[in-house]
Write a protein that binds this ligand. Structure first.
Ligand code: HEM
Length: 175
């Protein structure tokens, strides 16, 4: 294999591995962690949710970044960025733009979880807070946890759709 072939192989390898980490992580959250969490007392479930989402988010952001970087570099290596390879007039371009759009949605969802819902979940009450504050804090945390669960589920469905679109690229695109 030439040096060029090795680069193309490495980019494809890292792209696919990152996709596997993203999709595998979302599957594990949905089908392994969520049922386990539902079967333990709420106070413990909250701590477990906090710890696992911290670690999960590291995986989410690293894999999303690697998917984008290797994806764009693959296009560059294929000569697609220099020509009209990404035109909406052909199936390859339409499929790729859809993949990019869905990647942006995954990144926005990751941002909502990281910067809005997770901080709510981790917020600590001042000592001596009154009952009304305690109740409001608990309700906000339950709402945030539900949002995280919905977004993670939506991300899983979207990532599976992008995986199908990506796989279709070798046949010229899906639609
Ligand atoms: C950020 C936008 C993305 C870009 C620019 C991109 C780019 C690419 C490119 C250039 C290919 C090779 C296509 C070919 O053989 O002609 C590919 C394949 C693929 N992509 Fe992506 N991709 C992106 C996002 C994603 C995401 C988010 C996923 C899934 C979660 C994904 C999953 C796949 C799969 C499964 C393949 C087929 C296997 C392979 O050839 O590696 N891609 N992608």
């Amino acid at each position: 294999m030439t040096g060029y072939d090795w680069i193309v192989l490495t980019l494809g390898f890292v792209h696919d591995l990152s996709v596997a980490v993203y999709v595998g992580g979302a599957v594990a959250m949905e089908f392994v962690l969520a049922p386990a969490q539902a079967s333990i007392p709420p106070a413990q479930a909250q701590i477990m949710g906090e710890k696992t989402s911290n670690r999960f988010l590291v995986l989410v952001w690293s894999s999303l970044a690697l998917i984008l970087i290797t994806g764009v570099l693959r296009l560059q290596m294929n000569g697609m960025l220099n020509s009209d390879g990404l035109s909406m007039a052909d199936s390859y371009g339409r499929t790729l733009w859809t993949m990019f759009f869905l990647w942006v949605v995954l990144a926005i969802n990751g941002g909502l979880i990281t910067f809005i819902f997770r901080p709510t979940l981790q917020g600590k009450l001042q000592p001596g807070s009154n009952q009304a504050l305690v109740t409001r804090d608990r309700d906000a945390k339950m709402k945030a946890a539900t949002w995280i669960q919905h977004l993670t589920r939506a991300d899983l469905v979207l990532a599976i759709i992008v995986t199908l679109l990506g796989a279709s690229l070798s046949r010229g695109g899906l639609f």
